[in-house]
Design a protein around this ligand. Structure first.
Ligand SMILES: Cc1cc2nc3c(=O)[nH]c(=O)nc-3n(C[C@H](O)[C@H](O)[C@H](O)COP(=O)(O)O)c2cc1C
Length: 254
């Protein structure tokens, strides 16, 4: 599952008829064939990283993420399940080390994830529910991964979604917290058919949650569809959204 046949952007172009998109955008066939970055784009496989924020490397969260990954693989999208591990060292201490060094000072898995994220096209962040919230390690991981890349384009315009696993309740609270990270980082959120949760204390129980597994597969279908559309748009030279210089107005005025 780590590596599947890669769907190239050429495949996406064929599937989605980007030539037609190009002509709709006023780009003629011959002109479109001369887009300088096209060759590069066609060769690059699409990839989704699925982050497992559980203390269990192969537990319930992994089981849910595996269902998402298997469906993405069917669309020839590469996947990697990235386990954050059990040595997450703590939260952000607002030291601003990352502002000067473009990485978090803590030597745990955050920085290695960010390096992989630079080459990834989409993200699924998964966590067990701990007291109606994401696991403490996952929350620390996400805060530091996003804060340490603030101002860069590591995550911008790349689709993302959250997935949670719980025994019984607190799933929507955990999802709410995790879902706050994407819009503030310019990431389109991928939908499914319901909120992205599975139920179980052990992987065997999650495998019995047929509705939960279907939600995971639907999420993957929508992720694949969004990635293929983004790739086709890029090939058709549809410009990325323009970005204004940030304006920051705090509520307290001097
Ligand atoms: C510290 C802790 C807190 C938990 N809190 C909740 C909770 O609030 N609601 C719930 O339904 N399950 C809760 N659980 C159970 C886990 O969410 C559930 O077993 C989950 O599916 C485990 O996923 P994993 O195997 O990926 O770690 C908690 C488990 C632990 C260890």
């Amino acid at each position: 599952m780590e590596k599947a046949d890669a769907m190239s952007r050429r495949d996406a172009l064929k599937m989605l008829g980007a030539v037609a998109i190009g002509s709709a955008l006023g780009i003629k066939g011959a002109q479109a064939a001369e887009i300088p970055s096209r060759k590069q784009e066609e060769k690059k496989a699409m990839k989704v990283i699925l982050v497992n924020g559980s203390p269990h490397k192969k537990g319930c969260t992994f089981t849910a993420l595996s269902e998402v990954a298997a469906t993405l693989n069917k669309h020839k999208i590469e996947t990697e399940i990235f386990w954050i591990g059990n040595d997450i060292q703590g939260g952000c201490i607002a030291c601003d080390f990352c502002r000067k060094n473009a990485r978090c000072f803590r030597p745990d898995s955050v920085n290695s994830f960010v390096e992989k994220a630079k080459l990834s096209d989409g993200f699924i962040f998964g966590s067990p529910v701990h007291y109606a919230a994401p696991s403490g390690s996952m929350l620390s991981f996400m805060i530091r991964a996003f804060f340490s890349t603030g101002g860069s384009d590591v995550f911008t315009n790349k689709p993302a979604a959250s997935v949670v696993s719980c025994r019984r309740a607190g799933s929507t609270g955990a999802l709410d917290t995790m879902n706050k990270f994407y819009p503030i980082n310019g990431m389109p959120m991928v939908p499914s058919q319901y909120w992205n949760m599975v139920h179980g204390n052990r992987p065997e129980e999650v495998r019995q949650d047929l509705e939960g597994l279907q939600i995971m597969r639907t999420l993957a279908e929508k992720m694949a569809w969004m990635l293929q559309n983004i790739a086709a748009g890029r090939l058709a030279q549809l410009p990325a959204p323009t970005k204004e210089a940030p304006v920051r107005t705090n509520f307290i005025r001097s």
